[in-house]
Write a protein that binds this ligand. Structure first.
Ligand code: SF4
Length: 351
């Protein structure tokens, strides 16, 4: 049996957006969580560990002692540089294997055995929306480490014969170069990109912080141009409408000469940490002296927190110093000295 599990998602936001009226067929590499995780280990994926610093160009690891760090604030991403000023990145943790895409596969092999293998894929294909035109492969895992090339050909054909585009990524393209015929090459640095292109990759992906994406977007490596994933830049975009009728950007068989840049979005990314800090500041800013006594008071407090969060995000976006200082100072008066120091630095408020 081909080691895949297929379902039709109604709530994977990156794939289908957030309106809840759409669906997409997605398959995972592996028929159990154990197999999915092993496929990532076999691929030697860097995102399984995360936290290390690498040179963006060469991919070499940079020791902490050789690293220069400019901490991030509400207005700028952190900057990491190697000993000679080279761009460096802090490797993120995988959003998929440490998030809902993996958790959602809990005991699927026992609860939904009908989803396994080629039969499971064909069953899902018979149930998709009539206007569906694309599917997502290897939402979790690396296909080339759990299946042979001929098995991949069967999976890909089943999807394309049903009239769908096939969005697929693989981290194990060095070990299994045949997968580049079917999958976007998941890369960690520019040397990976150069190597994958020389091995025949049509489409590639690279994860970076937004400040580096801003610098490299539109530039080329060979004939391949770097484009930021449209879902990253517009709430109206998702894999469902990306690329329109011509094919989603990450369909390796339909697209060519594209390097898709994703901002880091895993659990250890600056994006998540920044969002959490802004949320905590908003909460601290409206923290009452006495805890809410009942459900009504709790609801009122929640609404105040939400309104303050909206206001703070707006103020940061527009660099509205007056509002930032007002919200920030209220928060600082409600937290410990160490946290207050951190919030001041983050919001650029002097003591
Ligand atoms: S580039 Fe398009 S297909 Fe690829 S992940 Fe982004 S939205 Fe999806």
């Amino acid at each position: 049996m081909i080691k895949i599990t297929t379902n039709i998602t109604t709530h994977t936001a990156k794939l289908i957006g957030k309106n809840g009226n759409t669906t997409m067929l997605q398959w995972r590499a592996g028929t159990s969580q154990q197999e999915m995780r092993k496929s990532c280990e076999d691929a030697g994926c860097l995102f399984l560990g995360g936290g290390q610093y690498i040179d963006l160009d060469s991919g070499e690891t940079i020791a902490d002692s050789n690293l220069s760090i400019t901490e991030g604030t509400a207005f700028s991403d952190p900057v990491y540089q190697g000993p000679n000023g080279e761009d460096a990145i802090r490797v993120d943790k995988c959003f998929s294997i440490f998030g809902t895409p993996y958790l959602g596969a809990y005991l699927t092999e026992i609860r939904n055995p009908e989803r396994a293998g080629l039969a499971g894929l064909k069953l899902a294909l018979s149930q998709i929306q009539r206007n569906a035109d694309r599917a997502r492969g290897a939402l979790v895992g690396n296909a080339s480490t759990v299946m042979s090339e001929s098995e991949m050909a069967q999976v890909d054909s089943a999807i394309r014969d049903a009239g769908l585009f096939h969005i697929l990524y693989d981290h194990a393209w060095r070990q299994n170069p045949w997968v580049l015929k079917y999958a976007t090459a998941s890369c960690n640095h520019f040397q990976d990109v150069r190597d994958a292109i020389s091995m025949g990759a049509t489409t590639l992906s690279l994860v970076m912080p937004q400040n580096l994406i801003n610098r490299y977007r539109g530039k080329k490596i060979g004939d391949h141009v770097m484009i930021q994933c449209p879902e990253n830049v517009s709430p109206k975009m998702s894999c469902l409408n990306c690329g329109g009728k011509s094919a989603p950007l990450c369909d390796a068989r339909k697209r060519d000469k594209i390097i898709v840049l994703f901002y880091q979005h895993g659990s250890t990314s600056w994006k998540r940490s920044k969002e959490a800090t802004i949320k905590n500041i908003s909460k601290a800013s409206v923290k009452p002296e006495v805890k809410p006594a009942d459900r009504r008071e709790k609801t009122i407090l929640k609404k105040r927190e939400e309104a303050t969060l909206k206001e703070l995000n707006r103020a940061i976006r527009l660099s509205d110093r007056g509002s930032i200082i007002e919200i920030g100072k209220r928060a600082i008066s409600n937290v410990s000295k160490a946290t207050a120091k951190r919030y001041r630095k983050f919001l650029g408020i002097s003591s």
